[in-house]
Write a protein that binds this ligand. Structure first.
Ligand SMILES: *[C@@H]1O[C@H](CO)[C@@H](O)[C@H](O)[C@H]1NC(C)=O
Ligand SMILES: *[C@@H]1O[C@H](CO)[C@@H](O)[C@H](O)[C@H]1NC(C)=O
Length: 730
């Protein structure tokens, strides 16, 4: 509820009410261009791609149904081009953009399915650009020829090709989203790079977009495109992530907007002498058997394919495997930083990749092939997972340990949210739950500390956490009837007249709950955290009884059970939808059964079965308080595998920094907690069908994702969930 309310407010503030124009020229109709594998339509005037369906299918990868509200200047489509150039010797980059001020392009007849010269829509420029839609062995191809028609040498410092897919959820219900929408992810891997897109249902043919052979089109960066957000689609919001472009050249951005940031690939530019020309292009191909066939489809276009085992987030000191499949032989493999990864060939196409004993963080492998292609594979090296966990436990129970007994909110003793950048506990935030030990944004720290004990108990940490349970969790976060409050920090001058509330925080916003609002117990998601916390202490008490002093295992297990049952009562909202992290309910049920707690096990079974029965009858089960998240969709539809640690197994999230991040903005997050949660579903499905290694590949990637959120000292990104994928970054 709170979230929907926010978007209502954002909607009014950001989206405004603007008119739609037909700058694309939709009223003049479309050209149909068919190949053996696709039926496509391009807009007649603008010659940008309007619709792309597999031959014989009605599933459209493009938002043709929303085109009438995406026809304004400044709204991007496949076929558009953005660039920056300068005369050699000049410092000033000049921008070009085919979407800014559209005019009908000049049709050219040259044997292509459709071709045009872009001069009318680009205005005066020394770059003479021709765009062709072509037939590439039955696939659809898009090719640009750029000629320097001026009299001096030009440096091309940015070149981007906007990519559009039907990822618009705005004003659509869940079934409609499943039926119509698709999601895309990049592999920013230079000549081996590609974009993959698949129906959000996780079924049906998937689409891959690879570099067009005969052109030199490396995938250097993937840039989030700024578009005005009209109320019709809410571009750049929780219901429409927005679009990106495939950048072939990025030097001009690296010099300006991205100065000081280490890009995924080195930024480059190209020079063009007068009369010289360059070609760039893309090939759209189908993986007819769906997501599991994406590697084969990419390989089928002559694009090199890499598969890392177990993945791309790997611990230092132990070897991983890498398999390369390409039509040309490998001429060199280099690590950056040098020596961080040591690569040894085992047999043709098969390598071991061993991180050095001191490596940590991002490492890029650059593979050069004899045919001139370059491929980059992006790793993240962690400490050994047992060390990561132990560092995490230490950090959480020392740096994030809050024991100020005079705190009027009753937060002592607890593991609180921490601002890693500032090096301090977050005692106040206008989004009160962040400092209030509830909601995902305020719970993550203490829950991580407690779950860690279930796997790797530490006596001193357990002793501290027991005081948290007795002083804060039971009685303050939780009421005596097991209700879970939404926050125990609040903004309430009447209730706390002497508390030194920060003067510069945004206390007026809807997130600054008063005590009575904060103390409501009506959000089911919050009960999962508390149940999981008790359960982790139950596991410790059962396996290491001497470590737990204040309560026995039974107390913890029954508190976990009673917390779940309380969540099913009428005064708790969202308790009929799937809840993030509720996999632990199944663990609690198994333990109740094992412990002979038959009446509790039976009550829990009844409560859970009631929801399962309902979900079984629904086309799109589970639901969510959000348009979508880690609880309501088919995971295969939105968790990809690509040879890049940031996207491999990444559960797409782009809005949660609004609720839990230090930088409150819409941006693609790298390994949000959804990666780990969704992985549970994939790994469980894999156990049911061990022949389906794709499930293991994506599931393992998702489950190792959270390791990349833990710093070398054990500090986590609990406030900045992770800002590594800033929309402004490459
Ligand atoms: C641009 O290229 C086209 C053919 O590719 C040519 O007809 C036209 O004259 C060129 N324009 C300029 C300004 O050189
Ligand atoms: C496309 O190319 C293939 C061969 O690569 C050819 O068989 C087919 O007829 C072509 N289709 C069209 C529509 O040109």
């Amino acid at each position: 509820m709170v979230r929907h309310r926010l978007f209502g407010v954002l909607g009014l503030l950001l989206l405004g009410v603007q008119g739609q124009s037909d700058n694309l020229g939709l009223s003049n109709g479309y050209l149909t261009i068919n190949t053996a594998n696709f039926n496509a339509r391009i807009v007649k005037d603008a010659q940008v791609l309007a619709s792309l369906t597999p031959a014989g299918s009605s599933f459209d990868f493009l938002p043709f149904d929303k085109l009438s509200v995406r026809a304004n200047n400044g709204q991007y489509h496949w076929g558009d081009i953005t660039f920056r150039y300068r005369q050699q010797g000049s410092n000033n980059w000049i921008d070009g953009n085919s979407a800014t001020a559209r005019r009908p392009v000049t049709a050219v007849t040259n044997g292509a399915l459709a071709a045009s010269n872009l001069a009318p829509t680009l205005g005066t420029s020394p770059l003479n650009i021709t765009r062709e839609w072509i037939n590439v062995s039955g696939d659809l191809g898009l090719r640009f020829t750029i000629v320097n028609s001026g009299t001096s040498t030009i440096e091309l410092g940015s070149l981007g090709f906007p990519a559009e897919f039907n990822s618009i959820f705005t004003n659509r219900d869940a079934s409609t989203i499943q039926r119509l929408c698709s999601l895309s992810d990049p592999y920013i891997g230079m000549h081996a790079g590609y974009i993959r897109a698949n129906p959000i249902s996780g079924t049906g043919a998937a689409l891959v977009v690879t570099p067009l052979s005969g052109t030199d089109t490396p995938f250097e960066a993937y840039r989030n495109l700024a578009e005005q957000s009209y109320s019709s689609t809410s571009y750049g919001s929780q219901v429409f992530e927005g679009l990106y472009e495939w950048q072939v050249l990025t030097k001009a951005w690296a010099e300006r907007e991205w100065a000081g940031i280490t890009p995924w690939n080195p930024a480059s530019s190209r020079t063009l002498a007068p009369g010289q020309s360059l070609q760039f292009g893309f090939r759209f191909s189908l993986a007819k058997d769906g997501v599991r066939g994406i590697d084969a489809a990419v390989s089928g276009t002559g694009t090199p394919v890499a598969v890392g085992v177990p993945g791309y987030i790997i611990p230092r000191g132990s070897p991983a495997q890498l398999f390369l499949q390409a039509s040309s032989s490998v001429s060199s493999i280099a690590s950056d930083p040098s020596g961080a990864l040591v690569v040894k060939e085992v047999s043709t196409g098969s390598y071991t990749v061993t991180p050095s004993s001191t490596a940590w963080g991002r490492v890029r492998l650059t593979v050069k092939y004899a045919d001139g292609k370059t491929q980059t594979i992006h790793y993240h090296v962690t400490k050994a997972s047992t060390d990561v966990l132990s560092n995490l436990g230490t950090f959480l129970t020392t740096k994030q340990w809050f024991d100020d007994a005079s705190d009027p909110f009753g937060r002592a003793n607890s593991v609180m949210t921490y601002d890693y950048e500032a090096g301090a506990i977050v005692k106040q935030d206008a989004r009160v739950w962040i400092a209030g030990l509830s909601d995902e944004g305020g719970t993550g720290a203490y829950l991580a500390a407690m779950m860690k004990q279930a796997i790797q108990p530490n006596a001193a940490e357990v002793a501290k956490l027991e005081t948290f349970v007795d002083k804060v969790l039971w009685g303050t976060i939780q009421t005596s009837d097991y209700g879970v409050r939404k926050s125990i920090f609040y903004y309430d001058k009447a209730a706390q007249p002497n508390y030194p509330y920060l003067t510069n925080a945004n206390w007026g916003s809807w997130t600054s709950w008063s005590r009575s609002s904060a103390y409501t117990v009506d959000r089911a998601y919050n009960y999962v955290h508390v149940a999981a916390a008790y359960w982790s202490m139950y596991r410790v008490a059962r396996a290491y009884p001497s470590l737990v002093k204040s309560h026995n295992w039974e107390w913890y297990l029954l508190h976990a059970h009673n917390t779940i049952i309380r969540a099913t009562q009428r005064d708790v909202g969202y308790n009929r939808v799937g809840l993030m992290g509720e996999t632990v309910f199944g663990e609690i049920l198994a333990d109740l059964t094992r412990e002979g707690k038959t009446s509790e096990a039976s009550a829990l079974t009844t409560a859970m079965r009631s929801r399962a029965t309902q979900w079984n009858s629904e086309a799109v089960p589970y639901g969510s308080e959000m348009a979508w998240d880690s609880t309501g969709q088919d995971v295969l539809g939105y968790m990809p595998t690509v040879p890049h640690w940031g996207w491999d197994g990444n559960a797409r999230r782009y809005w949660d920094n609004i609720y839990g991040g230090k930088l409150q903005r819409i941006e693609r997050q790298i390994h949000h907690y959804g990666s780990g949660l969704n992985a549970l579903v994939l790994l469980s499905a894999f156990r049911s069908d061990p022949s389906d290694s794709y499930l293991l590949q994506v599931g393992y990637a998702g489950t190792s994702g959270p390791l990349s959120n833990i710093n070398q000292d054990g500090g986590t990104a609990t406030v900045v969930i992770t800002a590594q994928a800033s929309s402004a970054w490459p």
